[in-house]
Design a protein around this ligand. Structure first.
Ligand code: AR6
Length: 178
């Protein structure tokens, strides 16, 4: 499912594994310490290689922990993408779910700042961080809609959903928002 936004930006929903996508950057659902254990973070480091975890630790040494809603950038190792943009979503129950919007907006804006044309993101905070799917879908897609008019280089935004259930929820909210 896809939709063309006014300023030449296309947003697409796809089902599958984000580490397989041919895009300029993939977004990781990270924690503030950029210690990539399980979930999509684990998959990214397993496939991209240890360089991603090493560069993440270097980032933390230099700048300190990434705030909730914030982002950090590393290379993408052996992945097809050039960069991994690590976005920190909220842990639901402890931090406000609305921070998903900041994480998504900041990730897409970072891709734009890097001059990239395509970026793919997963459903941030919907796994280990335990946020409800519908709320996450609404906040993710609203964030994309809101930043799109400000983008200068990003022309393709892919939201990559790992399961049928997530895809269905995102699809229904997508139809409401776009
Ligand atoms: N491709 C796309 N989506 C995926 C993939 C994949 N290969 N693997 C899992 N997902 P999670 P969070 C989906 O738990 O909730 C990590 O340990 C998954 O189905 O990866 O933001 C970090 O280091 C879910 O819908 O991220 C943090 O500590 C979505 O990705 C913490 O988990 C996000 O699930 C972050 O938790």
């Amino acid at each position: 499912m896809e939709f063309n936004l006014p300023n030449g930006v296309k947003v697409e929903l796809v089902k599958g594994d984000i580490t397989e996508l041919e895009v300029d950057a993939i977004v990781n659902a990270a924690n503030s310490y950029l210690e990539h254990g399980g979930g999509v973070a684990g998959a990214i480091v397993r496939k991209g290689g240890p360089i991603i975890q090493e560069e993440s630790r270097e980032w933390i040494r230099r700048y300190g922990p990434v705030p909730v809603g914030g982002v950090a950038v590393t290379s993408a190792g052996a992945l097809k993408a050039k960069y991994v943009i690590h976005a920190v979503g909220p842990r639901c129950g402890r931090e406000p779910v609305e921070k998903i919007k900041d994480a998504v907006a900041n990730a897409v804006l970072k891709a734009d700042e890097l001059g990239l044309s395509s970026v793919a993101l997963p459903a941030i905070s919907t796994g280990i961080f335990g946020c409800p799917y519908r709320e996450a879908a609404k906040l993710t897609l609203e964030a994309i809609k809101e930043v799109a008019p400000r983008l200068r280089s990003v022309r393709r935004i892919i939201v990559c959903l790992y399961t049928d259930e997530l895809y269905k929820v995102f699809e229904s909210i997508f139809k409401e928002i776009f």
